[in-house]
Design a binder for this molecule. Structure first.
Ligand SMILES: Cc1cc2nc3c(=O)[nH]c(=O)nc-3n(C[C@H](O)[C@H](O)[C@H](O)COP(=O)(O)OP(=O)(O)OC[C@H]3O[C@@H](n4cnc5c(N)ncnc54)[C@H](O)[C@@H]3O)c2cc1C
Length: 446
């Protein structure tokens, strides 16, 4: 660590310093960042000082909270890590949370649950609040409640000129609009204020199917989505569970379809709404029932330990039985695929309604997400990119015209990134980026 004389200076590490590797380490361990300097910010003032230092040195600025979004390595410049800015304050009277830039969704879910409240969060408890919000944020309650960023009341941000500013409906509404879905090139968020919803429990969880029942259940789910109740959010994932001791015995070494279900209402109605899925085919494991809001991460059961991963993703404008046939042929239980998880999430209703004052969210027109996740590092260089390209070739007719930065994954090309937002949003974002980051300090990182 650098010798710090000033009382308030944040810890910094250069590549040769002990602790550097730990500080830049990402949740996705396949990505190794190597910035010229990493600053462990503890306050907005630390962030502002780091941004001004980068501007003086001619360095680009990158930000890392958890490294869930680390698809490509940062190889130069100044990295600001936010994990020390980990305050969570719940105000039960106004039903809001004030959250530091280093906080993960699991911490907000736990703190809110003590008051019978819940944030509209992503699926995984270890993902960073700010990183997910900047891309929009789709979670288990997507159709009933919309994108996570629809619940933001305001951000505190350090701009590209090193100023600490507020972005909300009254102050800098252009920046507020852009931060809700515009993802990069806008500044470093140091704090966010979120509206919570009253939700102590829900009817949620997942139904697992195996072998030949996977096709029957997946096809039934696709039909189910065409008439699904507006308050029900579902998704389908075919997972090849590794044969490792860390994997629970019931799923270890098996290929299973998980139909995830979330209904933020009472149990008897939830049970009735889930009945067509439950009876579609013999269920291998039934993990669907009354769920405490504090346990909402159990719906997707995403991994919470760091590991290597590659993600490929698109949004779909629709699905039908032809698309399901292709999905099964590519990722079904009898397919030869390098991917560990192939997932479809049903969107619509609340995700397709923009907030009153507008937002830069990409993906409001889509009906589904389609994500492929690989964890076997020996397949990263060739087999996965090739299989993803094959999938694009056959599934492209179903792809939506827009994508979403939280789901697009690889390949992280400028062309793909530019095509994420509908043109009108993309052009407006460029104007806001130039206004708040005139030097272009904040790198476009997928
Ligand atoms: C297991 C897993 C599950 C996921 N589930 C979902 C899901 O259900 N829904 C969904 O929408 N997405 C999901 N994602 C995608 C995730 O939302 C994005 O990868 C998100 O960017 C991760 O944010 P992070 O802070 O955790 O990661 P990081 O890698 O630390 O950050 C990612 C990017 O966010 C930006 N960023 C982070 N903090 C700040 C800040 N304070 N100021 C400015 N920019 C910042 C930076 O550009 C950074 O490069 C998932 C990802 C994984 C790996």
């Amino acid at each position: 660590m650098e010798n710090q004389n000033q009382h308030h200076a944040a810890p910094t590490w250069a590549p040769q310093d002990p602790g550097y590797a730990e500080e830049v380490a990402a949740f996705n361990v396949a990505t190794t960042h190597t910035p010229d300097l990493v600053v462990g910010a503890e306050s907005a003032a630390d962030v502002a000082a780091a941004v001004r230092r980068a501007a003086d040195q001619g360095w680009k600025v990158s930000v890392q909270a958890t490294g869930h979004g680390a698809a490509v390595p940062v190889t130069s410049g100044l990295m600001i890590t936010t994990s020390r800015m980990n305050g969570v304050a719940i105000d039960p009277a106004s039903g809001t949370a004030t959250v530091g830039a280093g906080v993960t969704w699991g911490a907000v879910v736990a703190a809110a649950a003590e008051h019978g409240l819940a944030p509209i969060a992503g699926a995984a408890p270890t993902v960073g609040v700010v990183g997910l919000l900047l891309g929009g944020g789709l979670g288990p309650l997507a159709r009933s409640h919309g994108f996570a960023t629809d619940y933001v009341d305001g951000f505190t941000v350090v701009t590209g000129t090193g100023e600490v500013v507020t972005a909300d409906r009254v102050n800098r509404p252009d920046l507020f609009w852009a931060l809700r879905g515009g993802r990069f090139g806008l500044g470093v968020v140091t704090e966010v204020r979120l509206r919570l919803v009253e939700l102590a429990s829900l009817y949620g969880g997942n139904l697992l199917y195996e072998g030949p029942h996977i096709e029957t259940a997946l096809r039934a789910w696709a039909d189910y989505t065409t008439t699904a109740d507006d308050r029900v959010s579902t998704s389908a994932a075919i997972t090849r569970f590794p044969n490792l001791p860390v994997v629970p015995e019931a799923t270890r070494g098996r290929t299973l379809l998980s139909l995830r279900f979330a209904f933020p209402g009472d149990a008897s109605e939830g049970e009735r709404l889930a009945a067509p899925l439950r009876s579609a085919a013999p269920v291998y494991l039934d993990r669907l029932g009354v769920l405490k809001a504090a346990d909402i991460a159990q719906i997707h059961n995403d991994p919470t330990r760091p590991g290597p991963s590659q993600v490929y993703g698109n949004l779909l404008s629709d699905i039908d039985q032809d698309l399901i046939a292709l999905f099964l042929a590519s990722f079904g239980p009898y397919a030869d695929t390098p991917f560990t998880v192939a997932e479809l999430r049903h969107l619509g209703v609340a995700t397709q309604r923009d907030v009153e004052d507008g937002s830069a969210v990409a993906g409001r027109s889509a009906d589904f997400t389609c994500g492929l996740v690989g964890v076997r590092q020996e397949l990263f260089d060739e087999a996965m990119p090739a299989a993803a390209a094959d999938w694009t070739k056959v599934a492209e007719p179903w792809f939506a015209s827009e994508n979403n930065p939280n789901f697009m994954g690889l390949p992280a090309t400028a062309e793909r990134l530019a095509a994420v937002w509908p043109r009108e949003i993309g052009e407006r974002l460029e104007v806001v980026r130039k206004r708040y980051d005139p030097l272009g300090l904040f790198a476009a990182i997928v």
